[in-house]
Design a protein around this ligand. Structure first.
Ligand code: SAM
Length: 158
C-alpha cells in the first residue's frame, strides 16, 4: 500500500514564484515516489476568513487531516533531522503500512495546542521561524529529496 502524503496548511498560496516552486517539487515527488510506494501528495489549504487565529484554524486543519493518518507538525521546536533521516522516517511509515501522513503547517500564530497535543511527530527546519508559505515550499523540496534518496537517485549530495 502506498503512503499518501497530505500537506495541511493555513493560508492560500497565490500564483507566483513560490507557487511555481511548490508545484514543481510536488510534481517531481509524485513522479519519483510512484515506484517507491510514496504519494500522491495533496495540498489542503484552509483559511479562517474571520482571522480568528490558531484556535479557529485548528478545527479547519482537523477537517482536512485524513482519519488514521500519521500527523507530523512542522514546528521550529520540533526534531531537527538530516534529509536522509527524514527519508528514513517517511520510508518507515510506508513500510509499517500507514496509509496517510499529514504534514501540518500553522499560520502566523503557529499550531493550536489542542492540535499540537495530537501529533505523532514534530519536524523542525531549524530554530529560526520561517514564513508559513516558505515552510510549505521547503517541505515540498524535502519530500522530493527524500524520494530521490530512497530511489538512490543522485539529486541529494553532501
Ligand atoms: C510564522 S510560523 C509561526 C511561528 C509561531 N511562533 C509558532 O509558535 O509556531 C507559521 C508556521 O510555519 C511553520 N514553521 C515556521 N518556521 C518553522 C521551522 N523552523 N521549522 C518547522 N516549521 C516551521 C510552522 O508550521 C508554523 O506553525
Amino acid at each position: 500500500m502506498a503512503l499518501k502524503v497530505h500537506i495541511c496548511a493555513v493560508g492560500r498560496l497565490r500564483s507566483g514564484p513560490e507557487r511555481d516552486l511548490l508545484d514543481d517539487y510536488l510534481t517531481r515527488f509524485d513522479r519519483t515516489g510512484r515506484a517507491l510506494g510514496l504519494g500522491p501528495v495533496t495540498v489542503h489549504e484552509v483559511e479562517d476568513r474571520k482571522n480568528g487565529g490558531m484556535s479557529a484554524e485548528a478545527p479547519l486543519l482537523q477537517g482536512v487531516i485524513p482519519k488514521g493518518a500519521v500527523i507530523c507538525a512542522l514546528d521550529e521546536r520540533g526534531k531537527l533531522m538530516s534529509s536522509p533521516e527524514f527519508a528514513d522516517m517517511l520510508g518507515g511509515w510506508r513500510d509499517e503500512g500507514r496509509g496517510d501522513v499529514a504534514f501540518v503547517i500553522g499560520g502566523a500564530d503557529g499550531i493550536d495546542p489542542s492540535l499540537r497535543a495530537q501529533v505523532d511527530a514534530k519536524l523542525s527546519f531549524g530554530k529560526m521561524v520561517w514564513p508559513h508559505m516558505l515552510a510549505r515550499v521547503m517541505l515540498s523540496e524535502q519530500l522530493y529529496r527524500a524520494a530521490s534518496i530512497l530511489a538512490g537517485a543522485p539529486y541529494h549530495r553532501v
